[in-house]
Write a protein that binds this ligand. Structure first.
Ligand code: FAD
Length: 487
């Protein structure tokens, strides 16, 4: 009889682990709390019929560069849209800073900062595989590309501290940098925000830039589920696991496996968890949260700057000083009046998202954990600031506060969408300091979520690493993702 593998959670990491184990010959069952599959990679008609909104992730530069998804062939399995503009940041008085996929064009637009932008971005975007290799696993190992790693580290040190304040002189370059660094939802400047920001900014000028799937993020989850089913696996929805002790997942002595694509807190439901490990899991910190709103629109957002209209991803927040003030307030547990907004308008390039002539807009703001703040008005005010008349285009909206998020996805503790705060300490301690952080002290039980390295984002890598570790420990096989996807 085939060995059994049970995966709790059908997010991209749970599904990546499930696909890997099914292809390795396991009998795989995925248990998902929600009625729909995909975790942070779902698309749904949240507002009106015919309007498709990404419920979680919207833009996927790191999916196309992920070694797991490359081996899986994600690029070939679904249709991708590669925008000419990776991200834009409108400024007051009708100006805007634009990060073109074309690095030279971006630099040219930045005028006095052209050479400074090239000096920071070119060595990283032209060695993107090396950047992905270094950032795409746990930090406790020897890098395979030491030169790029050192370059990346020095840039993060420079731009993640006050030392880097003079690197750029124009309002535009400073705004672009702060907008992309703010994705980390942490203090600015900080090393963790600089590292994740440089990773994203390097993707903006390489390959397909900040690409996204035609039809929405759900396509990524669906492609994984199709492959899982083709290899005999199944997904059971509407099944929330409240205790791993009570779950029948097989016999670890016979090589059966349990993988958790969940918050590590679910491990605490097992009485045999050694106290030292349990204390480490209890010490793992969740960060500030996200409050999200989706709009169905009667037409395009009336941006003052014409290029912003063509940019799927738009960072709203004005100058670097404003973005930093907003992010630092959230890190202290408060908010500014004009919060940083991460907005995505996929329908400017993907007509499948809305009926003819209509559009969708996805947006979230960072808020303190557990906040009950409805993001709708703060987001409308920030969009109106750079696109007067936006309010009149709204047909319907759907908001989710940080406080309500955990009921929607039990992994999003307090509304944290990153699987645990992304500080430098927690990039190393994710959720424990170990060269094999996916392995737990419970025999046959592995953590496979974004709370393990390399952390958040739709990459499938935490799930793949957990499956790889489990195969090594229990079956004694060392596999490369390419080995699994030869057929
Ligand atoms: C609003 C938002 C915007 C984002 N934007 C982007 C983006 O643009 N690009 C990007 O790359 N990433 C983005 N992310 C992050 C990305 O979605 C996550 O990092 C990624 O989904 C993490 O994958 P995961 O499999 O670890 O966990 P999740 O995707 O969170 O999936 C976990 C799954 O496990 C289920 N589950 C949890 N506990 C239990 C339980 N006890 N029993 C049964 N099921 C359980 C949940 O219901 C969920 O389906 C965003 C996330 C959110 C929420």
């Amino acid at each position: 009889m085939a060995r059994r593998a049970t995966v709790i959670g059908s997010g991209p990491n749970g599904l990546a682990a499930a696909v890997a184990l099914a292809r390795a010959g396991y009998d795989v069952r995925v248990l998902e709390a929600s009625e729909s599959i995909g975790g942070g990679a779902r698309t749904a008609e949240l507002t009106l019929p015919g309007f498709l909104h990404d419920v979680g992730s919207a833009v996927h530069p790191a999916a196309l560069s992920s070694p797991f998804f490359r081996a899986f062939g994600l690029r070939q399995r679904i249709e991708w849209i590669a925008p000419e503009i990776s991200y834009a940041q409108p400024l007051d008085r009708g100006q805007a800073a634009i990060s073109w996929r074309d690095l030279q064009r971006t630099a040219r637009d930045l005028g006095r900062d052209a050479s400074a932008w090239l000096a920071v971005m070119r060595p990283l975007s032209s060695h993107l595989d090396a950047v992905v290799d270094f950032t795409g696993s746990q930090l406790l190992r020897m890098p395979r590309h030491p030169l790029t790693t050192v370059r990346f580290g020095l840039r993060a040190l420079q731009l993640g501290t006050d030392l880097g304040r003079g690197t750029f002189r124009t309002e535009e370059a400073n705004a672009l940098l702060s907008g992309v660094f703010a994705h980390a939802n942490s203090r600015l400047p900080s090393l963790s925000a600089a590292a994740s920001g440089l990773f994203l900014a390097a993707h903006a000028h390489a390959g397909d830039g900040w690409a996204f799937p035609r039809g929405g993020a759900q396509r990524i989850a669906d492609a994984l589920v199709d492959d899982l089913r083709a290899h005999g696996g199944e997904v059971v929805t509407g099944h929330r696991v409240t205790s791993i002790d009570e779950l029948d997942w097989g016999d670890p002595a016979a090589g059966d496996l349990l993988l958790l694509d969940t918050s590590p807190r679910l491990l605490l439901t097992h009485p045999a968890l050694p106290p030292r490990y349990a204390r480490a899991i209890a010490r793992y910190r969740y960060g500030p949260a996200a409050a999200k709103v989706d709009f169905a629109l009667d037409g395009p957002v009336p941006w003052r700057h014409p290029d912003v209209a063509h940019s799927p991803t738009v960072h709203l927040g004005g100058t670097r000083a404003e973005v930093e003030a907003s992010e630092n307030a959230v890190a202290r547990g408060t908010m500014t009046d004009r919060p940083y907004v991460l907005a995505v308008q996929p329908s400017v390039l993907d007509p499948t998202r809305a009926p003819d002539g209509k559009q969708v807009l996805w947006a979230y703001i960072h808020v303190p954990a557990e906040s009950a703040l409805d993001p709708t008005e703060p987001v409308i005010r920030q969009v109106e600031r750079f696109a007067p008349g936006f309010r009149d285009r709204i047909l319907a909206s759907h908001a989710m506060t940080a406080a309500k998020r955990v009921a929607f996805n039990p992994s999003d503790i307090g509304g944290d969408i990153l699987g645990g705060s992304f500080t430098l300490a927690q990039a190393i301690r994710r959720p424990i300091v170990s060269t094999a952080p996916w392995r737990t002290p419970l025999r046959g039980v592995y953590l496979a979520s974004a709370a393990t390295p390399p952390g958040p984002g739709v990459t499938g890598m935490p799930g793949w690493y957990a499956a790889r570790q489990a195969l090594r420990d229990t079956a004694g096989v060392r596999v490369d993702p390419a080995d699994l996807f030869r057929t």
